[in-house]
Write a protein that binds this ligand. Sequence first.
Ligand code: SAM
Ligand code: SF4
Length: 338
Amino acid sequence: MSSIASSLRTGTLVDGFGRVHTDFRISVTDRCNLRCTYCMPLEVEFKPREQLLTYEEIARVAFVMSGLGIRTIRLTGGEPLVRSGIEGLVRQLVAIPNIESVALTTNGLLLAEQAESLFRAGLARLNVSLDSLREDRFVQIARGKGLDRVLAGLTAAKAAGFQSIRINAVSIRGLTEDEIVPLALFCRREGFHLRFIEFMPLDADGAWSSEQVLAGYAVRELLERQIGPLVPAVRSDTGQPAVDYCWADGAGSVGFIDPVTAPFCGQCDRLRLTADGQVRNCLFSTTEWDARQLLRSGGSDEMLVDLVQECVRGKRAAHGIGEPDFIRPDRAMYQIGG
Ligand code: SAM
Ligand code: SF4
């Protein structure tokens, strides 16, 4: 990691619409041990390893970003736990001045083995993706086995000491309706915060259509009808895209991330780094800024600051899903980092 250079500019990352960026999503790999239909193709060619940023390169970018107002980091992928030594990266990121929390999103398959070392490394929070509690449906969606391993991972994460574990479930019309109530009952019982995410046009197969979007409000209505009333939760973090509700009977909370039916672009505070070192200002951006090339050609931290500032200046007001001029990015979710 670079040392604190007194000449390195500090400041904030404010785009042309006044949005201040404080959250950084870092993808550590495009590889994965599942092939979820809404994310990856079945047959996939991964980036050659030498094109992925090393942990030292990632930490250097994160360090520069911390000087520009980034306060929270989330590691993602692909599946971050398939990259070896990830707890070492967590340790490096946690040690960066001004970084307040490092979190991670995982499919949970390798969590049972790694939960304790991640917790000890200082990982603050875990999001575990789980769309179904039925083995057959899990395999249908993820195109791989592993429900028992995810459940074992969740048990291990609790035992390791992780608090407020979140479960992410993608909602797809005609596919996941039956999963909604069982997942909610499971999370109420186990004390997990469940979040339903609307299906976005980022599947590698290009099969997304607006008819497949199961809207967050429809999921909420179903939950209220079948389980009980939900009341809006008091928001502590306005940068969070989820709209949270509490169960009126006190049995925890459930959130909705509705990028399609209720876009939250106006509050977006996120920037992204792909595993191959491209800085992005939006999941749906069609432009990327090449930090890897800069890092590997002797570029200075100052130059990295300029690259990131240019990326932020290039951010559009909104993703534009549903607009006539919407263009899907040519990279799918697993290549960008969810
Ligand atoms: N492999 C890890 C996992 O599955 O949690 C981390 C990466 S994954 C790309 C991050 C999140 O993106 C997961 O919760 C996944 O369900 C979600 N996701 C992937 N493709 C999506 C899509 N097309 N629409 C909405 N969410 C999606
Ligand atoms: Fe892998 Fe996560 Fe994409 Fe599923 S959503 S294929 S687990 S990266």
